[in-house]
Write a protein that binds this ligand. Structure first.
Ligand SMILES: *Cc1c(COP(=O)(O)O)cnc(C)c1O
Length: 366
């Protein structure tokens, strides 16, 4: 029998794929360093925790968990359709928006295609592109953000998809509605533009792009949103895409029928109506952002102005060491060397005392 080598059997793009690096879990730091009371500011989670209304709804849902969930998420889609003033058949639900980002690529991109994204953009875009065996085209950033004219220039006859994160993670950079609109006008109709708006709710209301309304004009536009950030459901996994109905039709053929479970469906429905929780999330984020920005200014630490629920700070050449020292001090932040930002660390906005713990630990290191 010839020798077995998994690498030879893996799809070509998968052979050299590096796995997604998640923020370090609290339990892992406790286990490894033997310390308690860890503060995690590493995954842009909502520091408020689950809302009371969501908790109560989850309790009620437990009794029905022996049954399969609604494969079409009827109630959640109805709610989302009403909220966004679109038809329910324009919505594709996902096990988090990561699921939707992968789904749209698997539905529309094949190994012959090129996929464009920006340098420093969310790592899931190159990951899904490579897994499919397609060619990723990373366009150099401008001021840490998307250089839209350069991204237009990068379009070739082989381009099938462009990923844009707005605001972007891990840089927090933001494209205005008019910049995006002008860009969409110039993208050929046979190139899908996936606009990932995971941090949409944190953007000032006056600055938010009417992106979902644009779908009527640009049927090649895919808008992705999530319940993981401002809605506080990261652990449940709930996200969705709004698209032209025909685009959704094909995505829903590829989608696993039960990709959202009964708990995440219910939690997302309730979270959509919990306007007080959402408002409190946004308010808390503004205060926390001001707290961290003020700290950076007072210490002369450069940072990338952020429209998200995190701040990416240039701590210098020894960022990796500072990351480790912060861990020792019980504060988990996110190294971003993998995003070609080796001098930066990304800090999620937490509760006031959590932000202060980071500030104190960081101050001790400076
Ligand atoms: C956090 C994040 C998401 C959301 O991921 P989920 O799978 O919905 O938890 C999507 N895109 C970006 C850019 C993010 O930072």
């Amino acid at each position: 029998m010839s020798s077995f080598k998994a690498v030879d059997l893996a799809n070509p793009g998968v052979r050299t794929l590096s796995p997604y690096q998640a923020g370090k879990p609290i339990e892992e730091v406790e286990r490894e360093l033997g310390i308690k009371n860890i503060i995690k500011l590493a995954s842009n989670e909502n520091p408020l925790g689950l809302s009371r209304q969501v908790k109560a709804a989850l309790q009620e849902t437990l009794a029905g968990l022996a049954r399969y969930p609604d494969a079409n998420g009827f109630y959640l889609k109805s709610k989302l359709a009403a909220k966004h003033q679109v038809a329910a058949n324009q919505i594709t639900l996902g096990n988090g928006s990561n699921d939707v980002l992968e789904l749209v690529a698997r539905t529309y991109v094949s190994a012959d295609h090129e996929v464009i994204f920006a340098q420093h953009a969310f790592v899931v875009y190159p990951l899904v592109t490579q897994a499919i065996g397609a060619t990723g085209v990373a366009v150099p950033a401008k001021n840490y953000g998307h250089d839209l004219p350069a991204m237009l220039q990068a379009i070739t006859p082989r381009t099938r998809m462009i990923f844009i994160a707005n605001p972007n993670n891990p840089t927090g950079t933001f494209l205005t509605a008019s910049e995006l609109y002008e860009f969409l006008q110039q993208v050929p109709a046979n190139v899908l533009v996936v606009l990932d708006e995971a941090y949409y709710e944190y953007v000032d209301e006056a600055e938010r792009a009417p992106s979902i309304q644009w779908i009527a004009e640009f049927p090649n536009l895919v808008v992705c949103r999530t319940f993981s950030k401002a809605y506080g459901l990261a652990g449940l996994r709930a996200g969705y895409a709004v698209t032209h109905a025909d685009v959704a039709d094909y995505m829903n053929r590829v989608r696993q029928p039960f990709n959202m479970n009964s708990l995440s469906l219910k939690a997302a429905e309730v979270a959509l109506d919990d306007v007080e929780y959402l408002a409190e999330s946004i308010r808390l984020n503004q205060l926390g952002m001001a707290q961290l920005v003020e700290f950076c200014e007072s210490k002369g630490l450069p940072y990338i102005p952020s429209h998200g629920n995190f701040l990416t700070i240039e701590v210098g050449d020894n960022a990796a060491k500072i990351y480790q020292q912060l861990l020792q001090a019980g504060v988990i932040v996110r190294p971003v060397a993998g995003y070609e930002l080796p001098r930066h660390l990304r800090v999620s906005i937490g509760l006031k005392h959590e932000n202060q713990a980071f500030i104190d630990a960081m101050s001790a290191l400076l």
